[in-house]
Design a protein around this ligand. Structure first.
Ligand code: 16G
Length: 246
C-alpha cells in the first residue's frame, strides 16, 4: 500500500478522496484482482478518518463492482469487468470463449407457448397463433453467473428445436449448423435497472448492485426476425464498448 494523505483543505469529501486513491491503486496494479485490502480499522487509522467514512468509500466501490466482500474473510479486489464491444453480432458462447472463459448455462425454463406476449409477437412480426419456444437460462462463465436470458423463437422456423438441450449447446451454433440459419443483424436496447429479488439471488449479487436490461431482436436471411431475447446482465461484471464515427 502506498502512503497517501487526504487533503482536508479542498471541498472534495474525504470518503470520495479515499475512493479515488483506492481506484488509482487498482489501476496502477498495486492491488491485483483477488488480493485482500486492509480492514476498515486499518484504513481509518491510515487516513485518520472515521470508519463510517471508510465504509462509505468501500460500499460505493463494491456497488460499482471494483471490490467484493466475503463474509468473515475480508474485502478483495474484484476481477476487472468484461468489456463487450457492441459492434459485432456474437453469441454469449462466442463472447466467453474469445476471452478464454468457459460458457455454460443452467436452463431455468423451457416451454412451448401458443400465445406469445404482445411485444414478442410484434417484434417477431407474428400475427395470429404461433407456437413459440421460450427458453430461460442463467448464463455462466467459468461457473460464475453473468446474465439471465429469456429467448423466444418461433417453432414455425425451427421445428424440433424444443427437443434440444441448451445447457452446454449454443443456440446460435445449433441454428446455424442444423437449420442453415444465417445471422444477419440485430437491434438491441440497453437500460440500467435494479434487480428483482429473484434476479439478485440467481446472479449471486448483493443488494444495491445495478443490472443492465437488454432486449435484442435478431434477424436472419431475408431480414426475417427469428429471436426476441430479454436479458439481465450484471452491472458489476460488464461494461459495453461502442465505437462512434462521424
Ligand atoms: C447473446 C445474445 C442473445 C443470444 C445468445 C445466444 C446479447 C445481449 N444477447 O447472449 O440474444 O440469444 O447470445 O447465445 O448479447 P448462445 O448461442 O451461446 O446460446
Amino acid at each position: 500500500m502506498s502512503s497517501h494523505q487526504l487533503d482536508r483543505s479542498i471541498p472534495i469529501p474525504l470518503y470520495y478522496q479515499m475512493k479515488q486513491w483506492l481506484m488509482s491503486e487498482i489501476e496502477k496494479g498495486i492491488y491485483k484482482p483477488g488480493q485482500i485490502i486492509p480492514s476498515e480499522r486499518e484504513l481509518s487509522e491510515q487516513f485518520q478518518i472515521s470508519r463510517m467514512t471508510v465504509r462509505q468509500a468501500l460500499k460505493e466501490l463494491m456497488n460499482e463492482g471494483h471490490l467484493i466482500r466475503e463474509q468473515g474473510k475480508g474485502t478483495f479486489i474484484a476481477e476487472p469487468k468484461l468489456n463487450q464491444r457492441l459492434s459485432q453480432l456474437t453469441s454469449f458462447s462466442e463472447d466467453m470463449r474469445n476471452r478464454g472463459l468457459e460458457p455454460d448455462a443452467q436452463v431455468l425454463e423451457t416451454s412451448v407457448i401458443n400465445h406469445a406476449p404482445a411485444h414478442v409477437s410484434i417484434a417477431l412480426h407474428l400475427d395470429g397463433d404461433h407456437t413459440i419456444l421460450k427458453i430461460k437460462r442463467l448464463r455462466l462463465a467459468n461457473k460464475q453467473p453473468m446474465a439471465i436470458e429469456t429467448s423466444f423463437l418461433p417453432l414455425s422456423l425451427f421445428s424440433g428445436l424444443e427437443k434440444k438441450n441448451f445447457t452446454s449447446e449454443s443456440i446460435y451454433r445449433v441454428l446455424e449448423n442444423e437449420f442453415a440459419l444465417q445471422l444477419l443483424f440485430a437491434k438491441q436496447t440497453i437500460e440500467a435497472g435494479f434487480p428483482t429479488k429473484d434476479e439478485e439471488h440467481l446472479l449471486g449479487i448483493s443488494k444495491g448492485t445495478s443490472v443492465m436490461r437488454i432486449e435484442r431482436v435478431t434477424y436472419m436471411q431475408e431480414g426475417i426476425p427469428f429471436e426476441f431475447v430479454s436479458s439481465v446482465y450484471r452491472g458489476d461484471r460488464y461494461k459495453f464498448e461502442m465505437e462512434l464515427h462521424r
